[in-house]
Design a protein around this ligand. Structure first.
Ligand code: PLP
Length: 387
């Protein structure tokens, strides 16, 4: 750091210059991310209440109450207003907390966690941290976890099963009802990763789509990850972990005695944590209501179906499967999908690449004109590769 102070203006100018190489959501070029532009109202309250530290809940009892209320609101969406949990840094922390709770409850050493092969890498991180072994089981031809493979993987060391409601790669929902039965029969902890799907599926259902049960309505489900900073339009960091009940959440509770607000209990990884995130999520849920989120999901889905249809019309390309959420996998039998991804990136499209497909996520910042431009570039890349 330099010795002297610099005028605010000149630092801001420098900052603007330094950040100009970043992608922006507003450009419509980010079509491979599950994040989006936070809603303006969320931005407003987030900056207004930046100083709130919900880790010290004695100082901020009102935000503490808002967090409980927010968890109840999300719990209502997931068939359980009695759910207990937190607004955390994201899906990674939420999934880690779930495995941590499962490990504590099982009291087993060197436990194993049975997950679909399509699981998010946060489970690998969590298992590494917690000394657990991840057992990845195969998918069926609909890209859902294979139920027989799950049964085969169970053994006395198994401490948890994970199901996904909206996979990272394709937006697929696992047969959570079957996983719930297996978990209940074997008294094993079942965690559902609905980091993305949690703010999509309940509204898809209201829009008349056929949505399988995936939430606390299934008695075997102990916890759910659901991230407001994905389809909830909340600012980063806003993840969510919901446990079926207070008792489960309390397995992670630590008493913290030194805080300015007096002794408190924390059951998150982070100590100091953003009260502004909680306030932003609460505000958005109040402002949007079900109607607002349903409308958002409807718009994203319309564009998604439209895009899927137009991709199929490009000779040589296809979609991996009919999208059920606003996530599309683009594949090709005859062309090298990695080459296509590289060319798209050279044209400044922020897509994401999976081993056998390109993933596109139609978040609320992606508009029809962006899709039109993307398809033009995609067509020209395919033409170039073929020629
Ligand atoms: N779970 C799923 C299904 C995800 O798709 C993601 C991220 O995309 C995560 C968890 C991790 O979320 P985060 O990046 O907020 O930690």
């Amino acid at each position: 750091m330099q010795n002297q102070r610099l005028p605010e203006d000149s630092v801001l100018k420098e900052l603007e210059y330094r950040l100009k190489d970043d992608f922006t959501y507003a450009s419509g070029r980010i079509i491979g991310s599950m994040c989006t532009i936070p809603h303006p109202l969320a931005r407003k309250v987030y900056t207004r209440y930046l100083e709130k530290n919900i880790g010290d809940s004695g100082l901020f009892p009102a935000v503490d109450k808002l967090e409980n209320e927010t968890v109840t609101l999300i719990g209502e969406l997931l068939s359980n207003p009695a759910a207990s949990g937190h607004i955390v840094t994201g899906g990674t922390e939420a999934n880690t907390l779930a495995l941590w709770a499962a490990r504590k409850l099982s009291k087993k050493k060197n436990g194993e966690v049975v997950v679909p092969a399509s699981v998010h890498c946060s489970f690998d991180k969590a298992a590494d941290m917690l000394g657990l072994k991840i057992i990845k089981v195969r998918l069926n031809n609909r890209f859902q976890v294979d139920i027989d493979a799950v049964k085969d993987a169970l053994n006395p060391k198994t401490i948890a099963i994970v199901g996904i409601a909206g996979t990272t790669g394709l937006g697929v929902v696992d047969p959570i009802d079957r996983l719930s039965e297996i978990a209940s029969e074997n008294s094993i902890y079942l965690h559902v990763d609905a980091a993305f799907g949690g703010f999509v599926l309940p509204f898809l259902k209201e829009l008349g789509h056929s949505v399988p049960d995936f939430d606390f309505s299934l008695s075997g489900v102990r916890s759910i990850t659901v991230d407001p900073h994905k389809m909830g339009l909340a600012p980063i960091p806003s993840g969510g972990i919901l446990f079926r009940d207070e008792r489960l959440r309390k397995t992670l509770a630590f008493k913290i005695s030194y805080l300015a607000g007096g002794e408190t209990e924390q059951s998150t990884l982070a100590g100091t944590r953003s009260g502004a995130s909680v306030i932003a999520v609460w505000t958005l849920m109040r402002h949007f209501g079900r109607d607002g989120y349903r409308e958002t999901v409807k718009n994203c889905l319309q564009l998604t179906f439209d895009l899927a249809e137009r991709i199929r019309k490009i000779h040589g390309l296809d979609v991996v499967r009919e999208p059920t959420m606003n996530v599309i996998g683009i594949k090709s039998r005859e062309l090298d999908i990695h080459r296509i991804a590289l060319e798209l990136r050279l044209k400044k499209w922020a897509i994401s690449l999976f081993p056998h497909h390109i993933r596109v996520v139609i978040m609320p910042h992606v508009k029809r004109q962006h899709i039109d431009r993307f398809l033009q570039d995609l067509q020209s890349i395919v033409d170039k590769i073929k020629s």
